[in-house]
Design a protein around this ligand. Structure first.
Ligand code: ADP
Ligand code: MG
Length: 712
């Protein structure tokens, strides 16, 4: 009987809790980056001359010199073999949003039935996986399945460990035979180039010499952990990544007792094991804490170069999944695994530095202030003009459940700057001097506590795009998404906006009233784009109305949102900056579109199966119990209890009828579009969630929210 399965699961978790967690290796600095072909490894395994050349390529100062390919490959192999690797793979990020790898052993025939370990420059640089099964949006039909992977030297090679071995992973891009992009990484790299050029151009207007532009990124990752024993009894979690049914538990997050709460030993042991793995991979995992919802947590590394941070986030998701498995847990990265409580996002902290100077730091001197305010104005312009693209980049079937449900920023993109900064901007060009604004000091009125410098911005957790002191935090991306899409959009739209300013400032270079003209230019732009700034509560209904008055787009679901990718203005923007060609855009749109439809369909199908094969039988059994009890009562001539039994049987009976109807509607909807499926599934859920509260606990086949979210 199903009850025994749930009961067993609960008891097994309870047993587990009675034992102290397995001592897992805690992260240690001694092993930091030991599985990365790091600068130290490069210097150790390569000749001095070659090392210098490779390091210059890695830091973006020089293109890759093909002459050194063989030596680098040889050194990489020696390093990897010394660390236990027998295989290598190009590690890339196809359009399905995950990562891909195809392993090859280093072995080559050496005659007489012997083999030797070899790795050539050619193999390091290009790979040719059979690409027929990766989504390409029509760019490549299966009969010409050729796809090429090519080494990205700017992201260091690393070693992945498995139970019985290790594999050298070479971060790579992925393209078709005709050179069209089939992955997430290539357009990010292209957009970085575009942005770097635009930044340098603008800095020249301020008389600054060329410096290296660093686009920095820190990604906060939210996730849920539940015990695997519950997970395995939830076909919806296994197939769709989220619970399609489940009545809200009496207690969930109302008491706000989980957020930043003390971390349970089993979870802390898990986190430590994760950090150990990440540190070995040179991923600077720094912050860990309980998140808002029960069983929800967050991990954040220290920010890094954008390309590396995106790669590292893909690895973080993988390590979270793997380590959870080892601990009898399952890491749910879905944006909304449980209805009615907070979902998970991925905060994309985006920064820009020029040489060693953070350009988004307001700075101390008038010139630093001027550069900062120009950049800020340009970013405001970029986000206002292209908010639809930022929205599109976060649009997925899964994230649709999260955006705009009072826990995550709404689907309306706006910028939070804080009162102080907004005031400064409002005064630009209005004749009032801006001057240096030193951050105000804040006194707490407790003598033992030192005076704290006040952040130039207060915290606003509700804004999708918030300025947080020296970086912008984009909070709309979903927890399972790759950050590539969002960042290629951000880089490109900011590049375009910086060029807009450079176009107007270049003729003014050396002119006496450069600063006055600059202020006028900023003022003019701010007047036009100020509507995107909103410092209030983005979750409130008032904002929806206000945003509509301001004419800001509110695209609540994926399909209208991703349509923005196909607009002519989008195409010409990406074309102009060489980030995506028209065919590449079309193909990506196709992929997103298809994935959306397929996901919704999978949810519909698994939902229907659960309803028919698990919930229906439980309700029928319940009905049978009640009917039998009634018959027995009658046979014994009992009156007492029959009214209650009858009412209950009536209610369950109605539920069974409604269920059968809703199942048929869902079955019919599966032949229609996604909207119909979503509606039918929602109606079915309401019936099932009501039944959950009426059916005997021992008959209910699915682990309940109160179990999954609290027993671990
Ligand atoms: P919070 O939860 O308050 O938003 P966290 O410390 O969890 O803050 O995360 C902030 C993230 O922003 C971290 O990954 C941090 O390294 C990153 N960050 C800090 N400065 C920059 C910067 N200049 N550029 C990009 N990311 C940054
Ligand atoms: Mg944050």
């Amino acid at each position: 009987m199903s009850s025994s399965k749930r009961e067993h699961a609960v008891n097994a978790v309870a047993d587990l809790r009675a034992r102290p967690p397995m001592p897992a290796a805690a992260a240690s600095l001694e092993h930091y980056a030991e599985d990365v072909f790091s600068e130290a490894a490069i210097r150790r395994f390569l000749s001095k001359e070659t090392a210098v050349k490779l390091l210059a390529t890695i830091s973006g100062e020089a293109p890759f010199d093909p002459e050194i390919a063989d030596e680098v490959a040889q050194a990489m192999k020696e390093w990897a073999v010394s660390r236990g690797a027998t295989h290598f793979t190009h590690w890339f990020q196809p359009l399905n949003g995950g990562t891909a790898e195809k392993h090859d052993a280093f072995i080559e025939p050496a005659g007489k039935g012997q083999v030797i370990m070899e790795f050539s420059g050619k193999k390091l640089i290009v790979g040719e996986p059979d690409a027929s099964s990766f989504p390409s949006g029509g760019l490549r039909s299966t009969f010409e399945a050729r796809g090429y992977t090519a080494w990205d030297p700017t992201s260091p090679a690393f070693i992945k460990r498995h139970a019985n071995g290790a594999t050298l992973c070479v971060p790579s891009i992925f393209c078709s035979y005709t050179g069209e992009v089939l992955d997430k990484k290539t357009p990010v790299l292209r957009s970085q180039q575009a942005l770097a050029h635009a930044v340098q151009r603008l800095m020249r207007c301020f008389g600054l010499p060329d410096e290296h532009v660093h686009i920095t990124l820190g990604i906060e990752q939210e996730y849920f952990l539940i015990d695997k024993k519950f997970y395995l009894q939830r076909p919806d979690l296994i197939q769709a990544g989220r619970t399609l049914f489940g009545a809200p538990p009496a207690k969930h997050q109302q008491l706000e007792d989980h957020y930043f709460g003390s971390i349970k030993p089993r979870i802390l042991a898990f986190m430590e094991e994760v950090e150990n793995e990440l540190w070995k991979l040179g991923i600077p995992a720094k912050t860990r804490h309980n998140e808002t919802a029960p069983a929800q947590f967050e991990l954040a590394p220290i920010f890094e170069d954008q390309n590396l941070a995106i790669d590292h986030n893909m690895l973080i998701m993988e390590v979270l999944r793997q380590v959870s498995e080892r601990n009898g847990l399952v890491c749910l990265l879905h944006e909304k695994p449980f209805a009615g409580i907070n979902g998970s996002g991925k905060h994309n902290n985006w920064g820009l530095s020029y040489g060693t100077k953070n350009l988004l730091d307001p700075g101390e001197t008038p010139q630093e202030n001027a550069i900062f305010l120009t950049l800020l104005t340009a970013i405001i312009r970029a986000v206002d003009i292209h908010s639809d693209l930022l929205r599109a980049a976060t649009a997925t079937a899964d994230n649709d459940h999260r955006l705009g449900s009072h826990e995550a920023p709404p689907a309306i993109i706006s910028i939070f700057l804080g009162e102080q900064l907004t005031e400064v901007l409002d005064r630009i060009g209005s004749g009032v001097a801006v001057g240096n604004r030193k951050p105000a000091k804040m006194r707490l009125g407790v003598d033992s506590i030192p005076v704290l410098p006040r952040d130039t911005t207060d915290r606003n957790r509700t804004s999708p795009f918030a300025f947080t002191g020296n970086k912008f935090e984009f909070r709309a991306p979903g927890s399972s998404q790759s950050c590539a899409e969002v960042n290629l959009v951000l880089n490109t739209i900011v590049a375009e906006s910086l060029d807009y300013f450079a176009d107007r400032l270049e003729p003014l270079v050396g002119v006496k009233d450069f600063n006055k003209k600059l202020q006028e230019l900023c003022h003019e732009s701010l007047v036009k784009h100020r509507r995107i700034i909103f410092n209030g509560d983005n979750y409130g209904k008032e904002w929806l109305e206000e945003a509509a008055r301001r004419g800001l787009p509110n695209l609540a679901s994926t399909l209208p949102a991703i349509d923005n990718f196909r607009k002519e203005t989008t195409k010409s923007l990406f074309q102009k900056y060489g980030v995506l060609s028209n065919t590449e855009i079309d193909s990506r749109y196709e992929v997103f579109h298809e994935v959306y439809h397929r996901k919704i369909r999978i949810e519909g199908e698994i939902g229907l199966e659960i309803a028919r094969s698990m919930i229906g039988p439980a309700a029928e059994q319940q009905f049978g119990r009640l009917a039998a009890a009634l018959a027995n009562a009658k046979a014994c001539g009992l009156k007492a209890g029959t009214a209650g039994l009858k009412a209950k049987a009536q209610k369950i009976g109605n539920g069974i009828d409604q269920l059968s109807k809703a199942n048929n509607s869902l079955a019919a909807a599966l032949h229609d579009g996604p909207e119909k499926i979503i509606d039918a599934l929602r109606a079915l859920r309401a019936i099932i969630d009501a039944l959950e509260l009426d059916v005997d606990d021992d008959l209910w086949p699915l682990p309940k929210y109160r179990e999954m979210l609290f027993i671990y």
